[in-house]
Design a protein around this ligand. Structure first.
Ligand code: NAP
Length: 352
């Protein structure tokens, strides 16, 4: 396997984020100079953890100000970089205006970053943090995929502005990335397509939607049970490794499903029983589909279409390519869940 040298700077967009934090750490630990593009370099609440890591690692960290919606704002951060890791994109499900809050930053931001990369001498690789959300919308889509399993050949065709707009934003953004990549010959595009990311955060106040889901397993929301809502999960540290492999392996190519486990929400909750079941109201049993169907729209803003297409529906994705092409191995789900939950307890997420 041939790898790119590590003596040239690399850019990480959205460096303050949950996923990006562990990637920046891997890069700094490898002695690499990291250009961290963030919206507000002066906001120490969002950057202090990165400064702390840089202080004790062999790499060098430099902050740059950039915004997905400000055209050209990544040019300064990208100058002199060989590899661009584009992780920045809003990941939230509670939005009022999906076009403005999700689709515009995801799609225009991808255009902004990749068009700049196409103009920047020295950039040879762009790794886009896409998502399994660019492959499917609902667990039921797995059964419609060839062989009943999601692969890198599958694209999300069912999300829209009105239904699962986050998935829609990630689909359009990845399509935009491939369109731009094909129209230039400066860099090669490689995408990582993670399923739901779990595991501890490096930042103090993680805003990623991943934390909202796991929080409900300790705050009583799921004390009567959890739906068997099919999904995949991957540890955030395994995902950081996948970014490194996608960035530095010269022969990395195309899309990569990065997902350790085909599972469901109840199984995620059950992974917490052994260590936390006596102290926290973690889910133990399955919430029947008809109950979720009935009360979901009332208590949780969960549409009946979503319930019908996801609850008691098995999620299946094939991670073979990630193992073969990127050498991926995946941590046990229980380890990731316990470490994430413990961190939330320590941060007072469930009261003292
Ligand atoms: P996160 O912690 O919320 O990070 C999102 C990052 O995007 C933050 O650094 C945020 O910067 C930045 N961002 C948002 N809007 C921006 C804008 N207008 N201009 C510049 N930066 C902006 O979420 P995450 O989970 O780490 O997500 C990182 C990436 O992984 C995203 O592309 C997401 O779609 C993808 N992903 C995540 C999961 C998951 O389960 N977590 C699964 C699949 C894919 P600020 O700090 O300034 O807000």
């Amino acid at each position: 396997m041939t790898t790119f040298p590590t003596d040239e700077p690399v850019l990480v967009t959205g460096a303050t984020g949950y996923v990006a934090g562990w990637l920046v750490k891997e890069l700094l630990d490898a002695g690499i100079t990291v250009h961290a593009a963030v919206r507000d370099p002066g906001d120490t609440r969002k950057t202090a953890h990165l400064q702390e890591i840089a202080a004790t690692s062999p790499g060098t960290l430099r902050f740059f100000k950039a915004d997905l919606l400000n055209e050209g704002s990544y040019a300064e951060a990208m100058a002199g970089c060989a590899i661009v890791f584009h992780t920045a994109s809003p990941f939230t499900t509670s939005v009022r205006d999906p076009q403005r809050e999700l689709v515009d930053p995801a799609v225009k931001g991808t255009g902004n970053v990749l068009e700049t990369a196409a103009r920047t001498p020295g950039v040879k690789r762009v790794v886009v943090t896409s998502s399994c959300a660019a492959i499917y919308t609902d667990a039921i889509d797995c059964s419609k995929a060839p062989g009943g399993v999601l692969t890198e050949d599958v694209w999300n065709t069912s999300a829209s502005l009105d239904y699962q707009p986050y998935s829609y934003s990630k689909t359009l953004a990845e399509q935009e990335a491939w369109k731009i990549a094909e129209a230039q010959d400066r860099f090669k595009l490689v995408t990582v397509n993670p399923s739901l990311v779990i595991g501890p955060a490096l930042n103090d106040r993680p805003t990623s939607e991943s934390f909202n889901i796991v929080r409900q397993m300790g705050d009583g929301t799921m004390k009567r049970g959890a739906p068997k809502l099919g999904l995949g999960v991957v540890d955030v540290r395994d995902l950081a490794r996948a970014h490194m492999e996608a960035g530095f392996r010269e022969d990395a190519d195309g899309r990569h499903i990065i997902s350790g486990h085909n599972t469901n929400i109840l199984e995620l909750g059950k992974a917490l029983i052994e260590k936390y079941g006596d102290r926290y109201p973690v889910p133990r049993q399955s919430l029947p589909k008809w109950i979720v169907w009935l009360v979901g729209p009332i208590v949780g803003d969960i549409s009946r279409k979503f319930v019908a297409n996801n609850v008691d529906v098995k999620w299946r994705a094939d991670n073979t390519k990630s193992k073969r092409a990127l050498g991926m191995t995946y941590r046990p789900m229980k380890t990731s869940m316990e470490e994430m939950f413990q961190q939330m307890i320590d941060a007072g997420a469930f009261g003292k």
